[in-house]
Design a protein around this ligand. Structure first.
Ligand SMILES: Cc1ncc(COP(=O)(O)O)c(C=O)c1O
Length: 426
């Protein structure tokens, strides 16, 4: 078979793009080489519908072992009883939880998308807002932190069956205990979507959601630094509260309902090659190296945020507890869209983002979201943050000046040469 040079050339170009730029997209990271290698292996050829030891296909003895390893390692990381490593993505993980516990038309309550929430937490354009009846809480206008009083009032008003916490663009930690309290009062189950901060929670640098939230979902490719994918977890399994029985008349446990919601509920065959890569990533997370990495994320994030504040940038909520900042650019007289375009022209990648109570549309926005997981993986420390803040400030203050942006790009490219990415790839 002839090598498809057209596609491989594009892959090479993407490697060079990743190497020369400063990657600040908060939801991205660089996996280890072994995680990437595991994603391109013969396990992609294998059908394995079902779960380890109970498959609908023959020849699963080997993939059973990688999947079980991924499950066992994930359980060890978070000290939990139940883990499903099959969801193809974070959105799939959330869809499976919803399918397991909700009926169409049920009330759900999540953080508003325009305040940092995620599409799968009830957005009108997503299955979660179409199949279920979505209600939202927000963040305070003054402080930019989750408005727990509003959350409690909404919960009492709409009595959601599922209360969702977690976010895509929120830089503060969560009060899971408080959320559980109101959930118990109104009879809701709680799902924490820790897609963003999971790697920091794994190393106990943020509050532990597992004791308070019935379900915890995550992506595996953000701060967990694994392959693109999703996971569903529970610290403790429990009897489903709706009395659903299996064919033998036994009450089904929640673990059983979740497994069935993933397959055959919303997915077919699992991606066993990606699950192998998840197993490797989970092994890496259990190492001391990852503990140092997670600690460095916090240090870099703090130092990055301080540098921005010193330059007069307004961070929503005033700072950060985790790996990201959401910057409100309104005092800098530039839109999120323009900022994103200018930064990309200087080989700095970050994404425009609505800020709470934004007066601009989602296509324009007043904010920009930036995170440090990728640059921390590349080896940057606190002392490197000032170069990045300087470069960002220069670009944003001269967004129409191609000459200055060209200069910044050159400086960025030579700065990045010291942080070698995938040297094995030549
Ligand atoms: C909080 C949250 N949940 C779920 C997802 C969805 O993950 P995926 O893109 O893997 O479907 C994201 C992705 O950005 C997210 O930020």
């Amino acid at each position: 078979m002839q090598k498809d040079t057209l596609v491989f050339d594009l892959i090479r170009q993407e490697l060079e793009r990743q190497r020369r730029g400063i990657e600040l997209i908060a939801s991205e990271n660089f996996t280890s080489l072994q995680v990437m290698q595991a994603m391109g292996n013969v396990m992609t050829n294998k059908y394995a519908e079902g779960y380890p030891g109970r498959r609908y296909y023959a020849g699963c003895e080997i993939v059973d072992q990688t999947e079980q390893l991924a499950i066992d390692r994930l359980k060890q990381i978070f000290n939990i009883q139940y883990a499903n490593v099959q969801p193809h993505s974070g959105a799939q993980a959330n869809a499976a939880v919803a399918l397991a516990v909700l009926q169409p038309g049920d009330n759900i309550l999540g953080l508003d998308l325009s305040m940092g929430g995620h599409l799968t937490h009830g957005s009108a354009v997503n299955y979660s807002g179409k199949l279920y009846k979505p209600h939202f809480y927000g963040v305070t206008r003054e402080g930019g932190v989750v408005d727990y009083e509003m959350l409690e009032a909404k919960a009492r008003e709409v009595k959601p069956k599922l209360l969702i916490c977690g976010a895509s663009a929120y830089s503060r930690d969560w009060d899971y205990a408080r959320i559980r309290q109101v959930a118990d009062e109104v009879g809701a189950l709680v799902m924490a979507d820790i897609a963003h901060p999971a790697g920091l929670i794994a190393k106990k640098l943020l509050n532990d959601p597992f004791d308070h939230c019935h379900f915890v979902t995550s992506t595996t490719h953000k701060t967990l630094r694994g392959p693109r994918g999703g996971i569903i977890m529970m610290r403790n399994d429990f009897e489903n509260p709706w009395g659903l029985k299996d064919v033998k008349g036994n009450i089904r446990m929640m673990s059983n309902l979740l497994d069935m919601a993933v397959f055959p509920g919303i997915q077919g065959g699992p991606l066993e090659h990606v699950i192998a890569a998840k197993a490797i990533a989970f092994g890496e997370i259990l190492s001391d190296g990852f503990t140092a990495y997670a600690n460095q994320i916090i240090k870099n994030s703090q130092s990055f945020a301080t540098g921005l504040v010193d330059r007069g940038y307004q961070i929503v909520s005033g700072g950060t507890d985790n790996h990201l900042v959401l910057v409100d650019l309104r005092n800098k007289n530039i839109t999120g869209k323009k900022a994103e375009q200018a930064l990309v022209a200087a080989d700095i990648t970050a994404n425009k983002n609505m800020v709470p109570y934004d007066d601009k549309s989602a296509f324009v926005t007043s904010g920009i979201r930036m995170g440090v997981p990728s640059i921390t993986t590349r080896g940057m420390k606190e002392e490197h943050m000032s170069f990045i803040v300087d470069a960002i400030d220069r670009v944003l203050m001269n967004a129409d000046d191609e000459k200055i942006i060209g200069e910044v790009r050159k400086n960025v490219n030579s700065f990045m040469e010291q942080f070698v990415l995938y040297p094995e790839l030549g």
